[in-house]
Design a protein around this ligand. Structure first.
Ligand code: G3I
Length: 554
């Protein structure tokens, strides 16, 4: 439902839909109910991208699409090459088929996508700047306008994939011809065409906190400060089990939520190197569960859309040779462990598995430096059915043990440790239902002395501030020593009454008003004189003008 003013027609139709939903016998979600029943009980949607051909031709496809999902996205049918293949010639046949199906099944449609560098016809790409800007505005006006009075279509990906993986604006034909302004223009045109629709920016490889997700964060923050109508951020979430799970996904969603936008998982799939086997299926199930749980844990997360639902129809094998099986049903429409994982996470995760994983082996340290160490341990197993989800590594400290890190594998690289310090560490295993094993036995190691004449410094710059908050960006961390460091820890103090609301490019923990920032895996290594940066956002009492100072680095 939109946060914006609604037309009377839309309000009436929406109220009628809500009334119908209330009149249906619902009651508590049964353990084996469809995904959409459990998702609704949690206030989230669960969706799937749909392809027009099987939707028209296969009963099994249609039935599952209708019964399991409360939201749909057109996998291809709303893209520019489908809706406006020749200039001014609009064709909504495929898009309308999906929207009508959704209406019949009481589902919401997310429009995908208005402005993208792929699947856009050649005639657009060759236009002059003036002609391209007006073609873009006309396309948005016609496509969004076509559905503006239809309550089934509630949101749009206005721009898709505008950044490259380094966090620079992608040098697409849009950018090369129009410069960065096409992004704000596209959002304004979409708002003009449908004041009620939720307008999103969407991208991939943005699940973790990294250069690309931080670039989107900064863009969204800046656009909203300028009054550009960006309401939501989509995280595509095309994952692969061989590349590991982004453990800071939830934290990343939360920092975007702090900007005041809705977040949503827009294109979830988890591919594997073929052939499938039970171990890969179990890992895949863990990834699906983790994604759903991250969305459930973040209030601003509206829901999760899977990019298809059956392995019979998936973009993955066509794009990644030798990979596939990325979805929650197999090619014969049989549920996979990933389906059960999504189901159980939406259902609450505790109904089916009361058994914790076995206790992990004693962690053993290697590659110990002045500020880092690698730990390995014998893996746990989980027999309760929900599968092993990961490990938490703690430092034994008496009353409040410190969480040093989390890992999905039976090993971890610890960074940001203190020199010449003894560490006693233990590991706990978690399963998908949230059961936790007993603590492993303690492993002990001592970090080496720090680099000679070494050390690091940190200094923060307030980038922007307003009455009730500020953004510190960058905090520059510099290795002032004579040898390379493999991790750093920066501390600083927040003035009284100030609260940390977001951070990027470092892991920040708060104790009282003391903030400790540790490097992430990718920015801990600094050669002598090299620097890296991180940033954070704080809210403060209105009228208070203080900002933090006194940064220390070790
Ligand atoms: O419709 C034609 C058909 O007539 C022709 O015979 C056939 C021959 O290759 O191609 C068909 O078009 C294909 C189209 O999917 C419909 O199946 C295109 O070649 C193919 O490139 C296109 O792939 C789509 C891809 O986007 C294109 O960029 C995938 O289905 C779709 O899943 C994928 O979705 C994207 C999201 O929109 C954005 N995020 C990433 C995601 C995965 O790449």
């Amino acid at each position: 439902m939109s946060v914006h003013s609604s037309s009377p027609v839309r309000v009436l139709l929406a109220l009628a839909g809500m009334l119908a939903a209330f009149l249906l016998p619902t009651g508590p979600a049964h353990a084996s109910a469809p995904l959409r029943t459990h998702a609704a009980a949690k206030g989230k949607f669960i969706g799937a991208a749909l392809a027009t051909s099987p939707l028209a031709n296969e009963t099994a496809y249609r039935n599952l699409a209708a019964t399991e999902f409360s939201q749909v996205t057109a996998e291809n049918a709303m893209k520019w090459d489908s809706t406006e293949p020749s200039q001014g010639q609009f064709n909504f046949s495929g898009a309308d088929a999906i929207v009508n199906f959704a209406t019949q099944n009481n589902q919401q449609v997310h429009g995908h996508t208005l402005v993208w560098h792929n699947q856009t016809p050649g005639w657009v790409q060759g236009l002059s700047a003036t002609a391209m800007r007006s073609a873009m505005q006309n396309h948005i006006s016609q496509v969004v306008g076509h559905y503006a009075s239809n309550p089934t279509v509630v949101s749009w990906d206005v721009v898709n994939e505008v950044f490259d993986d380094s966090g620079n604006l992608r040098t697409s034909f849009w950018y090369n011809t129009l410069g960065q302004s096409y992004i704000a223009d596209a959002f304004r045109a979409a708002r003009a065409a449908d004041p009620d629709a939720r307008l999103c920016i969407n991208d991939y490889n943005t699940e973790g906190i990294n250069a690309k997700s931080t670039a989107i964060y900064n863009l969204v923050s800046s656009l909203r400060q300028q009054g550009v109508p960006v309401d939501c951020v989509g995280f595509q979430t095309h994952l692969a089990i061989q590349y590991g799970f982004p453990n800071d996904f939830q934290q990343n969603l939360q920092r975007f939520a702090a900007l005041g936008v809705q977040v949503r998982i827009t294109e979830l799939d988890v591919r594997m190197v073929m052939p499938r086997d039970a171990t890969k299926d179990a890992t895949q199930a863990t990834y699906y569960r983790n994604v759903v749980n991250a969305c459930l844990a973040v209030t601003a997360c509206a829901g999760v859309t899977i990019w298809g639902f059956t392995d019979k129809y998936s973009w993955v094998p066509d794009t990644f040779s030798g990979q596939g099986a990325a979805l929650i049903y197999d090619e014969n429409y049989q549920q996979k462990p990933s389906y059960t994982a999504v189901h159980d996470a939406l259902a609450g995760g505790t109904t089916t598995d009361p058994t914790p994983p076995t206790t992990p082996g004693t962690p053993s340290a290697g590659n110990v430096t002045s500020n880092s160490a690698s730990l390995t341990w014998t893996a746990s197993t989980d027999s309760g059915g929900s599968g092993l989800a990961g490990y938490d590594v703690y430092r034994e400290q008496g009353a409040t043990d410190q969480l040093l890190g989390q890992s999905t594998a039976n090993s971890i690289s610890l960074t940001g440790l203190s020199p010449s310090t003894q560490y006693q560490v233990y590991v706990r295993a978690r399963d998908g239902a949230g059961n936790v094993s007993a603590n492993s036995a303690l492993g002990t190691f001592t970090t080496t002395a720090g680099p000679g004449g070494g050390g690091c410094t940190a200094a923060g710059t307030v980038q922007t501030q307003w009455a009730t908050g500020y953004v510190v960006q960058p905090v520059t961390v510099t290795n002032t020593g004579t040898s390379a460091i493999t991790g750093w820890t920066v501390t600083f103090t927040l003035p009284a009454g100030h609260t940390l609301t977001g951070s990027w490019n470092a892991t920040l923990t708060v104790s009282g008003q003391t903030v400790t920032a540790k490097n992430l895996a990718y920015n801990g290594n600094l050669a002598p004189n090299a620097s890296t940066t991180f940033g954070y956002q704080v809210s403060r009492p209105s009228g208070n003008t203080q900002t933090p100072s006194g940064y220390t680095c070790a």
